[in-house]
Design a protein. Sequence first.
Length: 229
Amino acid sequence: MDVLDSYMEAAERALEDTMDAGLYGDGSANGGKQITGLATAVPIITTSGTYGGIDRNLATIWQTKTFDAHTYSAAIGTQVSATTVRPLLNAIMTKQSRNRDYADLLIMSPEHYAAYDAATVAIQRQQGETSLGKLGFSALEYIGGGKRAEIVLDGGIGSNMPANTTFGLNTDSFRLRYHPSRNFDKLFDGEGQMPIDKDAVAQFIGWMGELTMTNPLFNWRLYDSVPAS
């Protein structure tokens, strides 16, 4: 067994897990050096806090939108289910769009994904033909409200995706900015540094950057505050 290769694979997986946690986090971990993720970019409470140096309470144009399925529309229903998920998405997609600008990527927790999957049992041909589906993601395609978007499932062991949640993201408005010399690059040349008193190799992988958003208007979060009713 190649122990070094096993250690490297474990380190790479740990790095992926750290980035995943950051993409859903609020940027407060690691002494505030964590990437500022969706918890801050598309929060539940949109009228307070500072994002990108801008006070959301003072600049309403800098606020994303949050929809609570429990209170959003009594006519549709009070929880996300196979019956309500498409009407909810249709209403939100229509409301949070303008011409060709809208959320073209829907990231769903297992609960919402299962509801949408059940709602489209009769039209399963929508599955597997999306660009993300071809990359290996569990993906469906949403067509409704005059819009088209890809739906991606995020959940399972160690998932950082909030439960009972759908993020509606306008991918044109997001930028993953990084330092050109720290895009998962090795800090030491070659295989790494070799201590003189050990049969070992030390290597560091560096990443420096931030997830930024240029236009919050078309980004939203749908969540179910009371999923049982």
